[in-house]
Design a protein around this ligand. Structure first.
Ligand code: 0A1
Ligand code: ZN
Length: 819
């Protein structure tokens, strides 16, 4: 059995007989019984723990005076001794006993089956009929209010839905409730999956290491992923609530009913569930916009992870601390693998595969191989090579060259794939890559291909694949990797004319957006090479392409807002050979200003067009409108003009919703108008100081402010009364935002940004190793910078190593990044 060293063992008995002191032995995490045992027996184990002292937020802890748990991955062993592995499944019965006044609400998994009380205390017994691993156990005790609703399943069963939060937040639960009902309906419709208990509960807690947790029947959520109100919550946060609620709900089947055999299989539940929540959001809003957002995250953050010292396969082969593997690779690249299966098999056969999977493995703890085996069974395809996606780390590179033969009217594409070596994996094998493509003629029409369709899925399985299209009357423009059909880096020597052409004519939303991004990347990269602050005029063709985008923007405001946003600093960094933070920042800022200048009248017209008199609604079309409106405001503010400052100030004070208010505040904070920024920040603080989540945004906004002197401003924020060093959301808002988003200041050549982060990690590792280990990420990427910064970063990593007793979490990341 496993147990954490914080556990105090009070007594141990087997079948009612006390185990003597020499009948057991504790060695590190293991409690070994030294007595003879029958095949079946009842073990009674009484342990004492101190939740108040639990600052790691794993196991049973206190969040703002209420008891809650976090058991994934190995938190249950901090509550009691247990065979704490995901393949050990049991039926749990839980009795909570507590003071009636202090803890009126007592919750655990399953259904309440008995309760009672005396003058001061009360108790409730919960029974969960579904066998589950200990990582899905949960309990909550506190003074909570609750929003309630019911959902009738497709077979006609009524399910009680409850969302618990502190009384002050009761008005912020409606959106999560709606999202939950939508998710339940969607999973019935799209996957034929119905909810299985009579009650589904969500509890909002302010102290939480991650986003949320899918405990059976009793999800526990970070407040940031459940509370939403138009006055206090931005549209982006509304959408995050919707997708996290869906994600945790979908885990009831992909994770709980069918769980993981061991933690190497984590992506079995996470990759699949992310894919499911992505499709859900795509159905609720715009599929193309959602795809662009998901690919952006993958291509910046996951690709960077895969190119760094922590690079690992979607199914890792080893680890020191499993908490370090809740990564973008396991989640997002894992979702891409499931998406590729969906693409290769088609919607109908894929659904047969998931039906078989849920049916065959219900109640079991299984592997990614079992998942793929179901897909093989229904499709009659051999997916042996495809499975390399699970075991091979690194981002594959796909080089494409083409040739048009006018005499024979043939068009030939030659694909070459390769994957760079990653730590511990030098030899890479070719992958099974689904490549979706279309060819356009000079009028902008897609050319019918051999399959009679206007697009085709080509399966690349060899190092080199040659694809020939016959009967092509002129040299076409290829559109490759449509919909981002595989998580690879594509290299095809597009001309600027071809990219502009695709930006105009592509019908696949992702491919069209990407053509626009690659066009901007070309210009930006040229400027970055020259140091960034290049004031050369923008090419006329580029400006007129943007002018067309602006003119057509109101046709699809959500997509327009993405099309009119330059590639992020993070993306430009990821594709750099050596990351030049200052050049990247300056190139992007200069180009933004030039686009603002060149198209000033159009930005203003569109801004006004997107304005609305109506009151706030958090629906797709209104969100899209606000997003585009705020994009326009951002460009106008890049002009440093008092006229637009007045416009931003007006939007700040007159808007009835956080999306517009916060966008206005952000543009002013990042502008040259520092006095106005100070005033607005103070006013905002005054208005919202009692809203913890709003204060996180206020902190993050300032931590990301790129103006010089940021580090001392950040240090001042750490002393501010709204800051709380024990709360992971606050730590992330200030420290993580500064180190990841404020690149010019964090990477300052005095090395003080690096020193600051190292100090914080040394401090935090004793308090909360999971969060400390995550914060370390930017320092581990030292190889991507110039030699001066490399030395400064390494020196700080070294200082952390030498600081003494480190947690396994931090030690693992440090040792891998110094190797
Ligand atoms: N399974 C959760 C994520 C999660 C993982 C670990 C946690 O604590 C260490 C908390 C949550 C999900 O995918 O939503
Ligand atoms: Zn998950």
């Amino acid at each position: 059995m496993f147990g954490h060293d914080s556990l105090e063992l009070l007594s141990l008995s087997i079948d009612g007989v006390t185990v003597p002191d020499n009948g057991w032995l504790r060695q590190d995490e293991v409690l070994r019984l030294n007595v003879s045992l029958n095949d079946t027996f009842e073990l009674r184990c009484v342990t004492k723990i101190n939740p108040e002292a639990n600052t790691a937020l794993e196991g049973l802890y206190l969040s703002d005076g209420m008891f809650c748990t976090q058991c994934e991955a190995e938190g249950f062993r901090r509550i009691t001794f247990y065979p704490d592995r995901p393949d050990v499944m049991a039926v749990f019965t839980t009795t909570l006993i507590a003071n009636k006044n202090q803890y009126p609400v007592l919750l655990s998994n399953g259904n309440p089956v008995a309760q009672g009380s005396d003058e001061t205390s009360h108790w409730v017994t919960w029974q969960d009929p579904f066998p589950k691993p200990a990582y899905l156990f949960a309990l909550v005790a506190g003074d909570l209010s609750c929003a309630e609703d019911t959902f009738t399943t497709q077979s006609g069963r009524a399910v009680k839905l409850q969302i618990y939060a502190e009384a002050k937040d009761l008005d912020k639960l409606g959106h999560a409730m709606e999202s939950l009902k939508q998710s339940m309906r969607w999973d019935e419709r799209v996957y034929g999956r119905e909810y299985d208990l009579d009650i589904y509960m969500i509890v909002a807690v302010d102290f939480f290491n991650m986003g949320a947790m899918e405990n059976k029947g009793l999800n526990i959520f970070n407040t940031s992923c459940v509370l939403a109100h138009p006055r206090t919550t931005t549209d982006a946060a509304f959408q995050r609530v919707e997708s996290v609620v869906a994600h945790e709900y979908f885990h009831n089947w992909s994770g709980n009913r069918v769980t993981c055999r061991d933690w190497f299989q984590l992506s079995l539940k996470e990759g699949f569930t992310v894919f499911r929540d992505q499709c859900f959001s795509a159905d609720m809003h715009s599929a193309a916009v959602k795809r662009v957002e998901d690919v952006t995250l993958l291509r910046t953050a996951q690709f960077a992870e895969d190119a760094g010292p922590m690079s690992h396969p979607v199914r890792p082969a080893s680890f020191i601390e499993i908490s370090n593997f809740y990564t973008l690779t396991v989640y997002e690249k894992g979702a891409e693998i499931v998406r590729m299966l969906h693409t290769l098999l088609g919607e109908k056969v894929f659904r047969q595969g998931t039906d078989l999977y849920f049916d065959r493995h219900d109640g079991q703890a299984v592997t990614t191989d079992d998942f793929v085996a179901c897909m093989e069974a229904v499709s009659q395809r051999d997916l042996t090579q495809f499975k390399r996606w699970y075991s091979q780390a690194g981002t594959p590179r796909l080089d494409v060259v083409d040739e048009y033969n006018a005499g024979q009217q043939t068009y030939t594409l030659r694909f070459t794939q390769s994957t760079p070596p990653t730590p511990g994996q030098t030899d890479k094998q070719p992958l099974h890559i689904p490549m979706s493509l279309a060819l356009f003629d000079s009028t902008g029409q897609a050319i019918p291909l051999a399959n009679g369709q206007l697009s085709q899925l080509v399966e690349l399985t060899d190092e080199e694949t040659i694809f020939v299209v016959k009967g092509v009357l002129e040299k076409p423009t290829p559109s490759l990797l449509r919909g981002f059909s595989a998580p690879v880096k594509l290299f095809y020597p597009y001309t600027e004319e071809q990219l502009s052409f695709l930006l105009t004519h592509e019908t696949d939303g992702f491919a069209r957006w990407d053509a626009g991004q690659q066009l901007a990347v070309r210009l930006l990269q040229a400027r970055i090479l020259k140091g960034g602050e290049v004031d050369d005029a923008l090419p006329e063709a580029f400006v007129s392409a943007w002018q067309v985008l602006l003119e057509r923007a109101s046709d699809d405001p959500a997509m327009a807002s993405l099309l009119l946003t330059l590639p992020t600093e993070a993306y430009l960094s990821e594709i750099s050979t050596v990351i030049d933070v200052d050049a990247i920042f300056n190139a992007r800022r200069t180009m933004r200003r030039q686009l603002a200048q060149a198209l000033e009248a159009q930005w203003l017209t569109l801004y006004n067009e997107m304005g609305s008199e109506e009151s706030y609604r958090p629906d797709s079309s209104e969100m899209a409108r606000r997003s585009l409106k705020n994009t326009c405001l951002g460009y106008l503010m890049a002009l440093d003009s008092p006229t637009y400052l007045a416009l931003a100030e007006q939007q700040f004070s007159e808007s009835d919703n956080m999306t517009e208010q916060f966008a206005a505040l952000s543009t002013v904070v990042y502008s040259v108008f520092t006095d106005s920024a100070r005033e607005m920040l103070d006013e905002f603080l005054n208005q919202w100081q009692h809203e913890s989540l709003v204060m996180n945004q206020w902190l993050a906004l300032q931590a990301a402010d790129p103006k010089s002197g940021a580090l001392s401003r950040v240090k001042a924020l750490l002393e501010h009364p709204v800051y709380d060093s024990r709360n992971p959301n606050k730590l992330r808002a200030v420290i993580s935002t500064f180190c990841n988003q404020n690149t010019v200041n964090f990477h300052g050549l005095d090395g003080e940004g690096y020193r600051f982060l190292a100090d914080k990690i040394i401090e935090l590792d004793k308090q909360n190793p999971q969060v400390a280990s995550r914060l370390l990420t930017p320092l581990t990427r030292w190889k991507r910078y110039d030699s001066q910064r490399q030395a400064l970063m390494r020196a700080q990593l070294q200082r952390i190593i030498e600081s003494g007793d480190l947690s396994g979490d931090v030690y693992e990341v440090l040792s891998k990044s110094m190797a």
